[in-house]
Design a protein around this ligand. Structure first.
Ligand code: 5AD
Ligand code: SF4
Length: 452
């Protein structure tokens, strides 16, 4: 039987649905942790919920449209249960503030990413029949000492936030407005959380931040911890624990970080390094603060210091003023780097950003679509080429579970973050096994288990 802690929750059931990035996934875990301490219970069944939270994303217009659609579905639940409380939390709450309630009467609570500690108070206000709003951003909040309640079921891999917010002000991006200024979390609390994860059998952590390379924590005694130092400390917790991180900004990716990756076997040999564009004039309008040449220099450093490292990226098609020449620059950059994987998007204008205020969204939608298709087609080719070069190699694979396609196969990842599928032979999720690659698709490596 679950023992309820004293608090205002009184056993009421919270259901939480998460949209958007890994940071949001982790924030939902922080929210559940805060509310459980107050005596609320978490449910995965929306129809038995007393309170529904939607943790939202504003990064592109289609992300917001999906959430509006979902809110229309949720009206049904409110019809059946008059006292049901609906809360919108996260980036869309921060971006739209009270306007959300204007547009959608169903909503009772609006809470931005820095006001989750206030949720118990906001719930109380909403229970009394008032609308409850807190969208204050903070310069300090990192939820440092809160242990997130792990909602992912595998018990193997966990996200650990190491910082919040972003100071980069890329001109297309809404994140600095919805998540506020950058701040780093105390490394001691990060290490405590990771030690707990290891004692609970976790085998992989992904350190999260909008720009992890600018992680920097100064304590009261004048000690400074930068990202390379944090990586070394996290990797030293246990050689059995895989360490990943996301996302890196090319302008801040230092050789020290690459040396840390080289020196520790358990720091995974995979870097997600969003390029966004391969054209210098577009990069300048995007306010990315690096050039194509700088980016390629960083790629050169990765390949020199960690030859076995795979590189993935984010790309935007059809940013303001992007010409055919600029687009070709993106394609040629992709060829030069040989990405193993990419997230690829059409530019979506976000109200209030520098780009929305200063530049015309002047690439017609059909042209954006065509350019995006060319980028996707090229990436499929590059992913296949990257996978083909792995045929014949032997990788250590962390087993995640049975393969989605066949229950007689297991699936896991290698250090390079590629999915590896092989015939099952009594492996359990969390086991490390060696697999020799015999075949591949553009998305998956296929192989057979070997002894090493
Ligand atoms: N339009 C399209 N893509 C965007 N991204 C961020 N803002 C926008 C936007 N307005 C992409 C970037 C970023 C990723 C998380 O989302 O590629 O790296
Ligand atoms: Fe947005 Fe740029 Fe910050 Fe990434 S680095 S969150 S793209 S402003």
């Amino acid at each position: 039987m679950e023992i309820l802690r004293p608090g205002t929750g009184n056993g009421q059931k919270i259901y939480i649905e998460t949209y958007g990035c890994q940071m949001n996934v982790n924030d939902s875990e922080v929210v559940v942790s805060i509310l459980k301490k107050e005596g609320y219970r978490h449910t995965e069944n929306i129809s038995e919920a007393d309170i529904i939270f939607i943790n939202t994303c504003s990064i592109r217009d289609n992300a917001e449209q999906r959430i509006w659609g979902r809110l229309r579905d949720i009206k049904q639940y409110k019809k059946n249960n008059n006292s049901l409380i609906v809360g919108i939390i996260g980036c869309m709450a921060e971006r739209l503030k009270e306007d959300l309630i204007e547009k959608e009467k169903l909503v009772d609570i609006i809470a931005g990413p820095d006001s989750y500690r206030e949720l118990p108070v906001l719930i109380r206000t909403a229970s009394d029949g008032s609308k409850a709003v807190n969208v204050e951003l903070s310069k300090e909040e990192t939820y440092a000492e809160i242990s997130p309640v792990r909602l992912g079921k595998d018990g193997i891999s966990a996200f650990v936030s190491i910082m919040r917010g972003c100071n980069n002000m890329c001109s297309y991006c809404v994140v600095p407005y919805t998540r506020g200024r950058e701040r780093s979390r105390d490394p001691e609390t990060i290490l405590n959380e990771i030690n707990d994860l290891v004692s609970n059998g976790y085998k992989e952590v992904t350190l999260l931040g909008q720009n992890v390379n600018s992680y920097n924590f100064n304590d009261d005694k004048g000690n400074q911890t930068d990202f390379s130092e944090l990586l070394r400390r996290v990797a030293s917790v246990s050689p059995e624990l895989r360490v990943r991180f996301s996302t890196s900004h090319p302008k801040d990716l230092s050789d020290e970080v690459l040396y840390a990756m080289r020196d520790y076997n358990n720091i995974c040999k995979s870097i997600h390094l969003p390029a966004q564009s391969g054209s210098n004039s577009v990069l300048k309008l995007m306010n990315r603060k690096y050039t194509r040449e700088w980016y390629l220099d960083r790629i050169g450093a990765i390949k020199r210091i960690i030859p076995e490292c795979e590189i993935s990226t984010d790309l935007i098609a059809g940013f303001c003023g992007e010409t055919e020449e600029d687009h070709k620059g993106t394609l040629s950059l992709m060829e030069s780097v040989g990405y193993s994987f990419a997230f690829m998007f059409k530019y979506s204008e976000r109200p209030g950003t520098q780009a929305a205020r200063n530049y015309a969204d002047d690439v017609p939608d059909d042209v954006k679509t065509r350019r995006l298709t060319e980028i996707i087609n090229l990436q499929n080719r590059l992913s296949l080429a990257s996978n083909k070069k792995d045929i014949g190699k032997i990788f250590e694979v962390l087993v995640e579970g049975t393969s989605k396609k066949s229950s007689s196969d297991m699936s896991g990842r290698n250090s390079q973050n590629k999915v590896v599928v092989f015939a099952a032979d009594n492996e359990k999720p969390g086991d490390y096994v060696y697999v020799e690659i015999t075949d591949c698709t553009s998305a998956t490596l296929l192989g057979k288990r070997v002894k090493k």
